[in-house]
Design a protein around this ligand. Structure first.
Ligand SMILES: [Zn+2]
Length: 252
């Protein structure tokens, strides 16, 4: 049975790559949908938008924790701003995931619908096996969806929006990037330390890819979208500049 599952997963992944490549070729536009829209535990759509086709990928994620909804509107606003100014994507491919945990966001719970913390379910060296961490890494459809994006697009820089600690945290070789991003949004840099099995531990510490955890303030989601954009839009523009300054990662 296990072999059948492995073969099916490999087949699904190969088909997703073929689908993505044909979509990129056929649209030829600045924007195409990302690789296979996944489904959450409760069947909600997991979406990624892909903008631009530069050699350096910036990946921006929001809504890993369902009790931290402020990042989603920011990411969606960023997409609309770039559709109005596509020249700012020169040299960059931008992958946007505005809601990685739609079930948690719908129910107001930190975890996904199976009670797993999606920011503890990564195959990092410091993964710890508990029920809340999924027992094993990548047990959840939401984390597998994001893992496929990471593997396919090989980002040079990753941003992940959280709340409520009001700071810029980082993992991997991202100290100076974090300092410039923090200046752009007037939040302090704080090194919180890589949590077990977190995206930061896996991407930053293990893969060596700079990753920022953008902890917005506790009440940020009570602000209007315009106010959020006024305060935190500058950090997203800065992130484009940061990605552009990094070496592209070679394809697998
Ligand atoms: Zn969080």
């Amino acid at each position: 049975m296990a072999h059948v599952v492995v073969v099916l997963c490999a087949l699904a992944r190969a088909l997703a790559v073929v689908w993505l490549c044909s979509a990129c070729i056929s649209t030829g536009s600045a924007r195409s949908r990302g690789p296979e829209p996944g489904l959450s535990v409760e069947g909600r759509t997991l979406e990624a938008s892909v903008l631009g086709d530069g050699p350096r990928t910036l990946l921006v994620i929001a809504g890993i924790h369902g009790t931290e909804p402020a990042g989603g509107p920011l990411v969606r606003r960023f997409e609309r701003e770039l559709q109005a100014a596509p020249e700012r994507l020169s040299g960059i491919k931008l992958v946007l995931v505005p809601e990685l945990n739609p079930d948690g966001l719908a129910s107001g719970k930190r975890t996904n619908a199976r009670g797993v913390d999606l920011n503890r379910n990564w195959p990092a060296r410091n993964f710890t096996s508990t029920e809340r961490h999924g027992g094993d890494p990548l047990t959840e459809p939401e984390t597998r969806f994001l893992a496929n994006l990471l593997e396919h697009h090989r980002p040079v820089l990753v941003l992940s929006f959280h709340q409520p600690l009001a700071c810029v945290d980082y993992d991997g070789p991202a100290k100076q990037i974090a300092e410039r991003i923090a200046r752009a949004c007037k939040l302090p840099v704080k090194k919180l330390g890589a949590r077990p099995g977190s995206l930061g531990a896996y991407v930053g510490e293990d893969l060596g890819v700079p990753i920022l955890t953008l902890e917005l303030p506790a009440q940020a989601h009570r602000s209007s979208e315009d106010e959020l954009w006024r305060r935190y839009g500058p950090l997203l523009w800065q992130a484009l500049d940061e990605a552009f300054a990094l070496d592209p990662r070679p394809a697998i």
